[in-house]
Design a protein around this ligand. Structure first.
Ligand SMILES: Cc1cc2nc3c(=O)[nH]c(=O)nc-3n(C[C@H](O)[C@H](O)[C@H](O)COP(=O)(O)O)c2cc1C
Length: 192
């Protein structure tokens, strides 16, 4: 499949309004099977994703959101909770087999665990957005929510904590406002 840079970046917008068009489970599987190949440190792959799709699960999620995020989330066919497994290092013997010592780089070191889980699950969240766009989906990432409430409602009894949320579906272009500018190369970058 050929995917253009226009689809991934130039023309891709953050959506807040959604067409009444479902996203099938097969597409969600394809999305994960693309994003999983994005690199993480020591191949630690800390991201865990809960696709909130049923009316029952949506009803549990909505009260955890900032008011301004509720209507867009209620209208989206799927909301992904991008979590991070704080016990990600337990998978390293399988995910990073060429260094049997890798688990010990993290175990018992909460600051290293936190930094590594956040950095790499955020990267994986970026891969998630680009993979979704490659499959023709639109995204609406959100950080406006009560993380403790989402954790209690969806990750209770696990070692996973919420990083961010992302509405998924087919956006309604009528809901878009003019796009915000970006910093120019010279403002954001230097070549030294
Ligand atoms: C991590 C993250 C958190 C965001 N949180 C929210 C949010 O809570 N509510 C919201 O309406 N938009 C949220 N946004 C949307 C951004 O404002 C939007 O992606 C940005 O302005 C770029 O818009 P564009 O993709 O249309 O150019 C978030 C985006 C990201 C990446």
């Amino acid at each position: 499949m050929q995917v253009s840079t226009e689809r991934l970046f130039d023309h891709a917008r953050t959506h807040h309004a959604w067409q009444n068009r479902p996203v099938d489970d097969d597409t969600l599987h394809r999305l994960y099977d693309l994003m999983k190949w994005g690199p993480t440190s020591a191949n630690c792959c800390p991201a865990r994703i809960l696709f909130v799709k049923s009316a029952e699960a949506k009803a549990r999620l909505l009260p955890c959101l900032m008011e301004g995020n509720r209507a867009q989330t209620a209208a989206a066919p799927v909301t992904a909770i991008i979590g991070m497994d704080m016990a990600f290092y337990d998978q390293l013997p399988r995910l990073f087999p060429h260094n049997p010592d890798a688990r010990n780089w993290f175990a018992g070191q909460p600051e290293v665990i936190q930094t590594t889980a956040l950095r790499n699950s955020s990267l994986q969240g970026g891969y998630f957005i680009v993979a979704a766009r490659a499959l023709g989906l639109d995204c609406g990432p959100m950080s406006g929510f009560d993380a403790a409430a989402v954790d209690a409602a969806f990750w209770a009894g696990t070692t996973v904590r919420t990083n961010f949320l992302c509405n998924l579906g087919y956006g309604d272009p009528a809901g878009l406002h003019p796009r915000g500018p970006r910093l120019a190369f010279d403002e954001a970058c230097r070549i030294v």
